[in-house]
Design a protein around this ligand. Structure first.
Ligand SMILES: [Zn+2]
Length: 238
């Protein structure tokens, strides 16, 4: 009963009076032995707003997820790309109309940008746009690679940033693929594309569906595991 309301009751011989104790992940009502439980719930009811606000705060702190992407986009920051991290090198240039981002696996990212434009948020947008373009190209590559095997051709494919899903397949076989997947190892992104392609045949997660996924990607369980472990950090975005 108390747990559902977010607090816990604890009797302590050392307690002199009823009080609220906040710890890393819970709010406790600590009372001397003998105080009737009903009285403690009444006490909690009085402090209801404070308890729920405090709980939200402590839970937010313990559950806070560290994004894979850098907090600030600046010289030397590490950018996640295809399951790895690469440093950003900024070169300021006056005679340049538009910032240009280039990538080389051995060197990482190089951004040519006007000195007055090199704000973290400006760079973030440039990086994000570049990444979503890459995500679109990769998705297309995976479709060309996997679709022919079982004739799993989508109607239309969109790259989006979705808050809580990696991809979807509509009744009309339109695919949405989360562009943030470009941060993940290539086989993980390939798995998500294949997963949605397999929904063209099976609009459910039946055994037959997973069988079809496994036909294309035998170690798909490892990809699901990767997403479970790191997915939230990817979902934070660029
Ligand atoms: Zn699915």
């Amino acid at each position: 009963m108390s747990a559902k309301d977010g607090y816990q009751i604890r009797y302590s011989n050392r307690a002199k009076r009823v009080r609220l104790v906040v710890s890393a992940d819970k709010v406790e009502i600590v009372a001397p032995p003998g105080v009737p439980e009903g009285q403690l719930h009444a006490f909690a009811a009085e402090k209801k707003d404070w308890i729920s606000a405090t709980l939200k705060k402590v839970q937010y702190k313990t559950q806070a997820v560290k994004p894979l992407a850098p907090e600030r986009y600046e010289e030397g920051c590490l950018i996640p790309f295809k399951g790895d991290f690469y440093p950003l090198h900024i070169q300021t240039q006056e005679r340049i109309r538009q910032a240009i981002l280039t990538f080389k696996p051995e060197q990482g990212f190089t951004l040519n940008i006007r000195a007055q434009d090199q704000y973290s948020d400006t760079i973030r947008l440039i990086v994000r746009q570049w990444m979503f373009q890459q995500a679109a190209e990769e998705t297309d590559r995976y479709i060309q690679h996997y679709a022919p095997k079982r004739q799993l051709w989508p109607q239309q494919v969109r790259i989006k940033q979705q808050k809580a899903r990696w991809g979807s397949c509509s009744a009309k076989n339109n695919l949405n693929i989360n562009g943030l997947l470009i941060m993940t190892p290539p086989q993980v992104m390939a798995y998500v594309v294949v997963h949605e392609l397999c929904h063209i045949r099976h609009k459910n997660h039946s055994a037959a569906f997973w069988q079809l996924v496994a036909e294309h990607i035998p170690d798909y369980q490892e990809c699901r595991h990767w997403l479970k472990q790191h997915g939230q950090r990817v979902m934070c975005g660029f």
